[in-house]
Write a protein that binds this ligand. Structure first.
Ligand SMILES: Cc1cc2nc3c(=O)[nH]c(=O)nc-3n(C[C@H](O)[C@H](O)[C@H](O)COP(=O)(O)OP(=O)(O)OC[C@H]3O[C@@H](n4cnc5c(N)ncnc54)[C@H](O)[C@@H]3O)c2cc1C
Length: 425
C-alpha cells in the first residue's frame, strides 16, 4: 500500500515524541496523533524534575551543553530550557522536626526543568526529520488486522481511519486505547487519585531550590503535601496536594494555607497557576505488546515512569519497531529491557505494593507519633537519593536505627510500628 505508514504513534508526550524522533532517525515513515491543540502547552500536573540519582531506572543522567545525556542507555536529547538545582530534600513532621537528605559533596538530587520547552525541542527534531503530526485529533478505536493496524480518529467532528504497519500507544496514565487494543486484560486497577499542583507566588520562608514533604493531619488527613521549587523567582513555589473524586485536592487548599503550621509561609501569597490530573493507578504490564501494537511510558506503568523513563521507553520502542519490521523479535527484546529498568517491574508486583504501602507514614501514625519519630533524626544529614521508592525506605531505616530508644521511650508506638508495618524491628 502506497500510503501505509511504518509507524503510527498515539500521544505526543515525552514517550511518543522520543519514539518518533528515534524511528525517523532510522528512516521510518512516522505519523503522530495528538489530541491537544499545541504539543508544547501542558495543562496536566507534573513537577518536571529530572532525578539525578546514579542508577535510578538503571540510568545515570548528565545535563550539559543543551543536552540531556542518558549515559547508560547511550542516547541524548536536546534541551534548551531553564534548569533549577534541587539540592536539599526535607521531610517535616507537624511540629517542624525535619529529616534532611543531601549529598555530602553538594551535588543536586534533581533538576527542575521546563517540560514545555523539552517537548518543543523534541518536536523540532521530529519536524526536521519529516515526522507527520496530526494535532487536535483523538485516537478512539481501531483494530490489528494482522498485517497492519487500523486506527480510528476523530478531529473537529469528523472521523477517519489511518493505517500503519505498527502502532505505538504513548497515551499516558489512563491507558484507554491500551484497553481498546486488549492490552489491559487482567490488569489490576488500584485506584484513581486526583492531584493538583498550585504554582503560588509571594510565599515566605521556603529554602530556595529545596524539595519539602510535610507529614501529619496538621496538613492533610491522609497524604503528604509537597512544596517544590518553580522555575520562577525563589518565592514562587509549587504546592502538590493529593485527593480523590469525593474529596478533591482543592478541598484541602484553604486548610493548608490558612490553618496549618505553614500559614505564615502563605500569609501574603497568590495563586499564579493551577494544574491537575487524575491518575488511573494500574498494575504495570509485564508484557506490554500484542500483535502489531506496543504500549509504552505511563500507559504501561504503575502510575508513572516519569519523563526520563518515558524518554527511555520511546528510544527503546523505536528500535524495537525497526527490528520487528525486519522480522526480528524487537517487542520481546523491549519487554526484557522494560521489566528490568523500573522498580515497579522488578520481582513480584505484590511485594512492591506491600513494601511501598508499608513505607508510607500517612495516615497510620498520629501527629504526635510523627513528631517523636522525626525528632530522632534532627540535626543529621542523611546521604540519600530522590527516588520516591528509595527515600521512604531510607527514612524508615534511619528511624529504626533508634529502635532500642523507641522501645524504651514509647513502647506503645514500638508495638504499633511492629504491628502495622511489620518492619524489621
Ligand atoms: C503530580 C505529578 C508530578 C510529577 N512529577 C514529575 C517529576 O517531577 N519529574 C518527572 O520526570 N515526571 C513527573 N511526573 C510524571 C510525568 O508527568 C509522566 O511520567 C510523563 O509525562 C509520562 O510521559 P508519557 O509520554 O508516557 O505520557 P504523557 O506525558 O501523559 O503524554 C501522553 C500524551 O498523549 C496524548 N493522548 C492521550 N490519549 C490520546 C488519544 N486517545 N488520542 C490522541 N492523543 C492522546 C495526551 O494529550 C498527551 O499529550 C509527574 C506526574 C504527576 C501527576
Amino acid at each position: 500500500m502506497k500510503n501505509l505508514f511504518d509507524l503510527v504513534i498515539v500521544g505526543a508526550g515525552p514517550a511518543g515524541l522520543m519514539t518518533a524522533k528515534t524511528a525517523a532517525e532510522m528512516g521510518l515513515k512516522v505519523v503522530i496523533i495528538e489530541k491537544k491543540r499545541d504539543i508544547n502547552k501542558i495543562r496536566r500536573a507534573c513537577c518536571a524534575q529530572f532525578v539525578m540519582d546514579n542508577g535510578y531506572e538503571n540510568e545515570s543522567l548528565q545535563i550539559q551543553d543543551n543536552k540531556v545525556i542518558f549515559t547508560r542507555n547511550n542516547f541524548s536529547i536536546p534541551y534548551t530550557g531553564r534548569l533549577k538545582k534541587v539540592v536539599n530534600n526535607y521531610h517535616y513532621s507537624p511540629n517542624g522536626h525535619r529529616i534532611h537528605f543531601a549529598h555530602s559533596d553538594g551535588r543536586p538530587f534533581a533538576f527542575k526543568f521546563d517540560k514545555e520547552q523539552l517537548l518543543q525541542d523534541l518536536w523540532e527534531d521530529c519536524e526536521r526529520l519529516g515526522v507527520e503530526l496530526r494535532l487536535e485529533t483523538l485516537a478512539y478505536g481501531g483494530k490489528d488486522t494482522g498485517n497492519s493496524v487500523k486506527l480510528d480518529l476523530k478531529s473537529k467532528g469528523k472521523t477517519s481511519t489511518i493505517e500503519a504497519k505498527k502502532l505505538v500507544i504513548a497515551e499516558g496514565a489512563n491507558a484507554k486505547l491500551t484497553d481498546t487494543f486488549g492490552l489491559n486484560n487482567g490488569r489490576g486497577l488500584f485506584g484513581t487519585p486526583f492531584v493538583l499542583i498550585y504554582t503560588i507566588g509571594n510565599t515566605y520562608g521556603f529554602e530556595p531550590g529545596s524539595w519539602n514533604q510535610y507529614y501529619g493531619r496538621a496538613y492533610h488527613p491522609y497524604g503528604e503535601i509537597i512544596v517544590a521549587p518553580s522555575l520562577e523567582e525563589n518565592d514562587t513555589i509549587e504546592l502538590t496536594i493529593i485527593g480523590n473524586k469525593q474529596l478533591l485536592p482543592e478541598t484541602f487548599y484553604e486548610g493548608i494555607t490558612k490553618n496549618s503550621p505553614l500559614r505564615e509561609n502563605f500569609a501574603n501569597s497568590q495563586i499564579v497557576d493551577k494544574q491537575g490530573c487524575s491518575l488511573r493507578s494500574y498494575a504495570p504490564l509485564k508484557k506490554p505488546y500484542l500483535g502489531n501494537v506496543i504500549t509504552i511510558g505511563d500507559s504501561a506503568a504503575h502510575v508513572e515512569v516519569i519523563v526520563q523513563g518515558a524518554l527511555m521507553c520511546g528510544y527503546h520502542a523505536a528500535r524495537a519497531i525497526k527490528d520487528e519490521l525486519q522480522g526480528k523479535n524487537g517487542f520481546e527484546e523491549y519487554t526484557v529491557w522494560w521489566n528490568d529498568a523500573f522498580d515497579f517491574n522488578r520481582g513480584e508486583f505484590n511485594d512492591f505494593i506491600s513494601l511501598y504501602g508499608s513505607l508510607t507514614m500517612m495516615p497510620k501514625y498520629t501527629d504526635d507519633e510523627l513528631d517523636y519519630l522525626f525528632s530522632l533524626l534532627v540535626g543529621k544529614v542523611l546521604n540519600g537519593n530522590f527516588s520516591q521508592f528509595e527515600v521512604p525506605k531510607k527514612v524508615w531505616n534511619s528511624i529504626l536505627e533508634y529502635k532500642g530508644q523507641i522501645e524504651t521511650e514509647r513502647p506503645l508506638l514500638f508495638e504499633k510500628i511492629k504491628k502495622i508495618d511489620n518492619l524489621k524491628l
